[in-house]
Design a protein around this ligand. Structure first.
Ligand code: ADP
Ligand code: MG
Length: 475
């Protein structure tokens, strides 16, 4: 096996960084940064500007140094930064996908982890197709060929194929929901690839991009060009619709976009972290429409599927692993395909750098800290619970902890108290304390009320499941 380049080491660092921060942060700070060199125990990182340098210096130098040490065995004595443009690469399609326009999408955030050995992207593809993918905002990696089907996603997968075969007819809209890192974006974009091949006009956006485009268009008095962009497609793919919550103007615009496309039998596919009914601060008429077609969920893959996913990814990367190693990794990572990929990249980087064959012992050594950091991420803390509840109900943490007795606050407040009880086993006085200094009897009352309501209220049960899932999804 060949020595990995500094670029590959940087990719391992990216993999780690992705796990510890939000996508927005990750994109902002890492998109144009790279390892410039390593000499005399000094690691030099190239950054695009002074802001980025300051951020790295204050927030991430130590981590970079540690990860570099873990992967290469060399411990940098110093991490330095120079302001320099990232060198151009000779793979135009991948570079093009990293252009600024596309960097706001999760797809392009995931892009830096692509390995040079990733065979899927090496397929020769004709340039008209490339151009169309680029214009549509699609990541070349996210196609059906590279998507592994298991029990946890077979319904969503089948529904996506139905939309490909009969766009605008079979299921319109198609609404796919599920937790973070489970393949929603991948599947959504796979539909886009197929319909581009069929000569259709495709547009992929995150709901944040839709929102930003809309706000900008209104600001610059260009509402018409916004409308003509979004209303003249054969397939509109909207990722992470939950982020449209609370944005009334955007929702209104989306409502009209949706109706116009739907009336013209154009296919709409939407993803979300939760089912339509559990969406808060989203107009009722939109929620109704989300349920017009097909709603399909993606759940967490079971152990066998996780092993199969890992195995397939190993083959794609031409980096075979023994079954016992696959099982070891899949047993320790149980809720997220993105983390499975992260683990694989980590072990691959290590073995290539040290020119070693992967073994169970090496895997255990290399992944020890990785597993620990995932566990720490997944651990419920009072703060995470409170934030998750506030987030789910689209209210401020300060209102949740405050004294207002408004109905839309009292319910979520009781739910937060109940979750503090069952997730971190907090005592009633501690719950009262966490929840803005309330009395322990208030906490007791809240917990018994929710327990009682849960016996009959299925909607509440569903909401609690969604919130619990979001507590362990920290991206
Ligand atoms: P989500 O949008 O649900 O957060 P993504 O689609 O971004 O998840 O998936 C996270 C990563 O895991 C991506 O790199 C994706 O390619 C990979 N992935 C997820 N599910 C599968 C699958 N069933 N087969 C192959 N890769 C998958
Ligand atoms: Mg996604």
């Amino acid at each position: 096996m060949e020595q990995p380049s500094l670029k590959q080491i940087w990719q391992a660092i990216l993999g780690e960084a992705e796990l510890t921060m939000s996508k927005a942060n990750f994109t902002t700070w890492f998109k144009n940064s790279f390892i410039h060199g390593y000499e005399d125990d000094v690691l030099t990182i190239g950054v695009p500007n002074g802001f980025t340098r300051a951020w790295f210096e204050s927030k991430f130098s130590k981590e970079i140094s540690q990860i570099f040490h873990k992967i290469t065995g060399n411990k940098p004595q110093e991490v330095k930064y120079i302001i320099k443009l990232k060198p151009q690469e000779n793979t135009p399609i991948k570079e093009a996908f990293l252009s600024d326009d596309n960097l706001t999408t999760p797809a392009s955030v995931a892009e830096p982890t692509i390995k040079i050995t990733d065979k899927i992207t090496d397929k020769p593809v004709d340039s008209a197709y490339n151009q169309a993918c680029l214009a549509a905002g699609l990541n070349p990696r996210y196609n059906f060929d590279s998507f592994i089907v298991g029990k946890h996603n077979e319904l969503a997968h089948a529904a996506c194929w139905a939309a490909v075969r009969k766009p605008g007819e079979a299921y319109n809209p198609l609404f796919i929901y599920g937790g973070v890192g489970l393949g929603k974006t991948h599947l959504l974009q796979a539909i886009g690839h197929e319909l581009i091949k069929a000569g259709k006009k495709v547009l992929y956006v995150t709901s944040e991009k839709f929102t930003n485009d809309y706000v900008e268009a209104v600001y610059h008095g260009q509402a018409n060009s916004f409308k003509s962009l979004y209303r003249n497609v054969d397939l509109l793919l909207v990722d992470d619709i939950q982020f449209m919550a609370g944005k009334d103007g955007t929702q209104q615009e989306f409502f009209h976009t949706f109706d116009q496309l739907h009336r013209a039998n154009k296919q709409i596919v939407i993803t979300s972290d939760r089912p339509p009914r559990s969406m808060k601060a989203v107009e009722a008429r939109l929620i109704t429409r989300f349920e017009w077609g097909m709603v399909a969920d993606i759940s967490q893959p079971d152990l066998e599927t996780r092993i199969a996913i890992l195995n397939t990814k190993c083959q794609q990367k031409q980096f075979p692993l023994e079954p016992e190693i696959l099982e070891y990794i899949a047993t320790n990572i149980n809720n997220n395909v993105r983390e499975l990929e992260g683990a694989l990249n980590r072990i691959m980087g290590f073995c290539q750098f040290h020119n070693q064959q992967p073994s169970l012992t090496i895997t255990q050594q290399v992944l020890k800290d990785f597993f620990a950091s995932i566990q720490a991420n997944n651990l419920s803390t009072p703060q995470k619970i409170i934030e998750a509840v506030a987030n789910f109900y689209n209210i401020n943490v300060s209102d949740l902890l405050g004294s207002s007795r408004k109905r839309e606050l009292v319910g979520p407040r009781q739910i937060a108290m109940y979750l503090l009880r069952i997730k971190v086993n907090a005592s009633f006085p501690a719950i009262g304390q966490e929840m803005g200094g309330r009395d322990h009897t208030t906490a007791m009352h809240a917990c018994s009320k929710i327990e009682k309501d849960l016996l009959t209220d299925n909607k509440l049960k569903q909401d609690l499941e969604q919130i619990s899932q979001s507590i362990t999804s920290t991206y």
